[in-house]
Design a protein. Structure first.
Length: 255
């Protein structure tokens, strides 16, 4: 099996609307989780309300054929550009795939997310509004326990149930949601800016499953360090250290 690349929808709006953001999903198997992630991207306000394009790349680090088939069916049902990148192999090669994604991106603004994360409706718009050429925007995530995760399905993602205050309050009361450490949830922008003053006093820290950056910074620091052969060994910290040395400024994204 060889490396693979294909794209769809690049000619639909050619010369009319060009992507202003590129979102990269890092994937490895788990098509059921990826399906929910893709549904989240389908309903982005950036597309539905603002009528702006983004380029979506799936960086597939050696998954089975189900992942490509799922993404291909998804790409056939949306109007924005979608690119599939695949490399075979049993070893962990996520960072190699992310570097390939940087090369293939059709926009300077880049957002990175993992396939087991479901983006809320304002996810792309929030990164687009907050990111500047001088900054790296650091976001967080909400982690659900097994009970809450078992209730997640595509229809509920499409209906936005997981973004409702009532559902969120219920998971907190039932202790199904973890907000400790590197976690967070979406608030309207004005509310998030106010809350940030009290809840995010720590130095912004890069989390690979939710951050945005201009491509020029990744080019300047030679991208992600592919010498990391397993996740959780400090690959995010390494990238942040090199970006700081390059004088990029890290900020919390208010989402």
């Amino acid at each position: 099996m060889h490396m693979k690349k294909w794209s769809k929808n690049f000619n639909l709006n050619a010369g009319i609307v060009e992507p202003t953001v590129c979102a990269v999903i890092a994937a490895y198997n788990r098509p059921e989780a990826l399906a929910l992630c893709l549904e989240g991207f389908r309903r982005q306000s950036f597309l539905v309300e603002r009528h702006q394009e983004f380029h979506l790349i799936l960086a597939d680090d050696g998954s089975g054929p189900e992942v490509e088939e799922l993404f291909s069916r998804f790409a056939d049902t949306v109007s924005f550009p979608a690119t599939y990148l695949f490399q075979p192999g049993k070893d962990w090669g996520k960072l190699r795939m992310l570097n390939w994604s940087v090369i293939e991106a059709r926009a300077e603004r880049m957002i990175f997310v993992d396939a087991d994360c479901v983006p809320h409706r304002e996810f792309v718009a929030a990164h687009f509004e907050e990111l500047t050429p001088e900054t790296v925007c650091c976001g967080r995530r909400v982690e659900l326990n097994e009970t809450a995760t078992s209730t997640v399905n595509a229809e509920k993602v499409r209906n936005g149930i997981f973004e409702s205050p009532g559902w969120l309050a219920g998971t907190i009361l039932q202790k199904q949601t973890d907000f400790g450490g590197p976690h967070g949830f979406y608030l309207p922008r004005w509310m998030a800016r106010f809350a940030t003053c009290f809840t995010k006093n720590a130095q912004p820290a890069l989390l690979g499953s939710n951050f945005s950056i201009y491509r020029k910074w990744l080019m300047e620091v030679n991208g992600f360090d592919e010498s990391f052969e397993s996740r959780g060994l400090g690959e995010d910290t390494d990238l942040q250290r090199r970006l700081i040395l390059a004088e990029a400024r890290f900020v919390w994204i208010t989402n």
